[in-house]
Design a protein around this ligand. Structure first.
Ligand SMILES: Cc1cc2nc3c(=O)[nH]c(=O)nc-3n(C[C@H](O)[C@H](O)[C@H](O)COP(=O)(O)OP(=O)(O)OC[C@H]3O[C@@H](n4cnc5c(N)ncnc54)[C@H](O)[C@@H]3O)c2cc1C
Length: 316
């Protein structure tokens, strides 16, 4: 119930200034974001890999409106990929990229097929895909709000011509997603299915949790029966159980799909699944631009709010 008001409130500059005055080390931030630097992210990755988990790293940042910042984000990914490779972690750790962080919204005469931003984002994503391949790993394109879905899937199609291993993300709360899953369920296609984290209008997205969950199951059925590689991104115990049952029904061996969960959320369940032989990947965000990410996590789980407000007051 609080999800939409919280996501709207998070757009206020006053709230942003207040919240971003907290250091990354404060309890509520560090629960979801293990650090700001490449080394801290690599240390956290090493610990997860050590315990049998896989990782996808997200250098935090979104809605970049200038070219320099987009270039800085690309460089951060190149530095990260070099570090993962040097530390022998690239086999078990890939990267997740938000196209809005590498230029998708630049030039803003719109996000149409010819927009300047789209060209910049495609070239930047290509650079990151090259570096990932050289390091021996892959890239997944995160999905953002619904105004970017067509553009992001278009960029994915272009990238897959040279880098077919590039992962897609689809959001079950959008009405269109079951059809997108059918289009994407082909051999070799890595597809992360999540519920969706943005504040979307009724015209494009289901609003009630019950409807989103039903859509998630329909999409899961399409992906698990298809030829691709489903990545089940959910902490919801029912979705995890249904995915397991669908794997059995479709004769899928462990490792022909994977579970994904966010850093800091249900870590015991992440470990339990890995201990039963499932492939489990932890989404690990790092960097200074943690505000948007943190607010989406709080909006999903309003019971975290009292903890959050205490952190704000004590400014630890
Ligand atoms: C690996 C991964 C990648 C993602 N990538 C994207 C993306 O590219 N685009 C996008 O829009 N969204 C993305 N998401 C977020 C996703 O869309 C949901 O917003 C988020 O995962 C919560 O949905 P849920 O499936 O866990 O189910 P919910 O029904 O929201 O939650 C189920 C249970 O999970 C636990 N839980 C959920 N959220 C929290 C929280 N914040 N804190 C503590 N416990 C919690 C609770 O026990 C809750 O009862 C991603 C999620 C994951 C796991």
């Amino acid at each position: 119930m609080l999800r939409q008001p919280l996501l709207m409130l998070s757009r206020s500059d006053k709230v942003k200034n207040l919240v971003t005055a907290m250091p990354v080390s404060s309890g509520i931030v560090s629960r979801y974001v293990p650090g700001e630097s490449t080394d801290e992210a690599a240390d956290a990755t090493g610990a997860l890999v050590e315990s049998g988990l896989h990782v996808t790293l997200d250098f935090l940042g979104e809605d970049t409106l200038d070219r320099e910042q987009a270039d800085a984000t690309v460089n951060a990914y190149l530095d990260l990929l070099r570090t993962l490779s040097e530390r022998g972690l690239a086999r078990n750790a890939e990267v997740s990229v938000k196209l809005s962080a590498v230029g998708q919204a630049l030039g803003s005469s719109g996000r149409g097929p010819e927009s300047e931003g789209e060209k910049v984002a495609l070239e930047n994503a290509r650079t990151i895909c090259h570096a990932a391949r050289n390091a021996g790993t892959t890239v997944t394109l995160d999905m953002e709000d619904h105004t970017t879905t067509d553009s992001t899937l278009g960029t994915l199609r272009e990238l897959r011509k040279d880098f077919p291993e590039t992962g897609a993300v689809v959001q079950a709360y959008l009405h269109r997603t079951e059809a997108d899953c059918r289009d994407l369920a082909y051999e070799g296609s890595r597809v992360r299915l999540c519920k969706g984290a943005y504040n979307e209008p009724e015209s494009v997205a289901w609003q009630a949790k019950h409807d989103v969950d039903k859509s998630y199951v329909r999409c899961l059925k399409v992906l698990m029966a298809g030829q691709g590689y489903p990545m089940i991104a959910s902490h919801d115990p029912r979705m995890v159980d249904i995915a397991g049952a669908l794997a059995t029904r479709n004769g899928r061996a462990q490792g022909s799909y994977e579970y994904q969960m966010l850093f800091g959320i249900r870590p015991d369940e992440q470990q339990r699944l890995a201990d039963t032989g499932e492939k489990v990947r932890v989404y690990l965000p790092y960097g200074q631009e943690w505000y948007g990410y943190l607010m989406r996590r709080l909006a999903e789980r309003p019971s975290n709010l009292s903890f959050f407000l205490r952190s704000l007051v004590s400014k630890k």
